[in-house]
Write a protein that binds this ligand. Structure first.
Ligand code: HEC
Length: 122
C-alpha cells in the first residue's frame, strides 16, 4: 500500500519536474544576435546587443519579434525615422514600457537603440 502510494507520488513528482523544465525552456527568450564589431565600435565600444539581452529581450523577445512588449525588429526605423524619438521612448518609458533613464547611461541607451535599428533589422 505504502509502496503503491510512493510509486504514484514519484511519478507525480517526475511529471511535475518534466513540465517545470519544459516551461523554463519555453519561457526563455531566444538569445539575441551578437552585435558585430563595427556596430560596437560605432557605439563607442558599448555592446548594444548585450544590453538588449539583459534589459529588453525579456519583454521584446531575443530577436526583437515581440512578447510582452511590441515587435521592434523590422519596424523601429519606419516608426521612428529620427533615432532621437526612439531614444526618448527608451529613456522616458511609455505606459507599460519602463523608463531606462536611471538604469542606463545616455550612451548605453543610444547603443541599444542603434542595435535594434541595425542588427535586429530596423
Ligand atoms: C517590462 C517589459 C519591457 C522591457 C523590459 C522593455 N520594454 Fe520596450 N516596451 C514595452 C511595452 C509594453 C511597450 C509598449 C508601450 C506602449 O504601449 O506605449 C514598449 C515599447 C517600446 C518601444 C516603442 C515601440 C513602438 O513601436 O512604439 C521601444 C523602441 C522599446 N520598447 C524599446 C525597448 C528597449 C530598447 C528596451 C531595453 C532597454 C526595452 N524596450 C525594454 C515593454 C518593455
Amino acid at each position: 500500500m505504502l509502496r503503491r502510494f510512493s510509486n504514484w507520488f514519484e511519478l507525480g513528482v517526475s511529471m511535475a519536474v518534466v513540465v517545470f523544465v519544459g516551461m523554463l525552456f519555453l519561457n526563455s527568450p531566444t538569445a539575441p544576435a551578437a552585435a558585430p564589431a563595427e556596430v560596437v565600435a560605432a557605439a563607442g565600444g558599448i555592446d548594444g546587443g548585450e544590453i538588449f539581452g539583459a534589459r529588453c529581450a525579456g519583454c521584446h523577445g531575443g530577436d526583437g519579434s515581440g512578447g510582452i512588449g511590441p515587435r521592434l525588429a523590422g519596424k523601429v526605423v519606419a516608426r521612428f525615422p529620427d533615432p532621437a524619438a526612439q531614444i526618448a521612448v527608451v529613456s522616458e518609458g511609455r505606459r507599460s514600457m519602463p523608463s531606462f533613464a536611471a538604469k542606463l547611461s545616455a550612451d548605453e541607451i543610444a547603443a541599444v537603440v542603434e542595435y535594434t535599428r541595425t542588427v535586429l533589422g530596423g
